[in-house]
Design a protein around this ligand. Sequence first.
Ligand code: GDP
Length: 223
Amino acid sequence: MSDELNEADEAAEKRLEKGRLLFAQECEFLLGVAGLDQLPPDDAVEISFAGRSNVGKSSLLNALTGRNSLARTSNTPGRTQQINFFFLGKRDGLGLYLSDLPGYGYAKVSKSLVKEWTKLLKSYLQGRTNLRRAFVLVDARHGIKDSDREIMDLMDKSAVSYQVILTKADKMKKAEREKILEKTRAAIQKNVAAHPEVILTSSVKGEGIEELRASIAELAAGG
Ligand code: GDP
């Protein structure tokens, strides 16, 4: 029994180590695109990050990559209507694209801007063949909102596999955390393209970051 336990521990540790190694590599900003004619090549796996403005997306990207200013934390939500691309790792080794989708759900954005953004997002989700998974970030205190639902429905329709990540876990009490995890799992049960596992994170405390790095390393390795 204890041998089995040790083996399980070792496998779990190895998995985390792969995540650490992947994210210990360089991560460079490539470009921001406002139209799909400007996309970088699709020669490596791509992972995408989506979420409402202010959900903590930039903070999470910075925590994952161990950098303070890779993705700029935004003071003016909803202003950037472009997809930012980063490359993590080496082109000829283990590496992948990270794409940072513009924050949505900001009330003060004009209708025409929302329309433009939806068009860009739709064509990106439907046309990006190397997109392996999109992470949909949701503020743990607020749970899934209508605007998150809209994007998740779009991903279901586009057959893009996605996973919900709850952010700002440090702002919640222990009992509340379990509740929101359960509630979120239940809320996505019927979404065909949703990964059933929900990850609770805190960019401030580092919670869930190692786990997320390990999951991304698995995806990068073709898992
Ligand atoms: P973005 O608009 O989604 O890129 O969100 P930001 O990363 O700019 O974060 C929005 C606000 O939430 C900022 O004031 C951050 O300091 C704060 N924030 C982000 N992540 C966390 C977290 O894990 N815990 C706490 N307590 N605050 C966070």
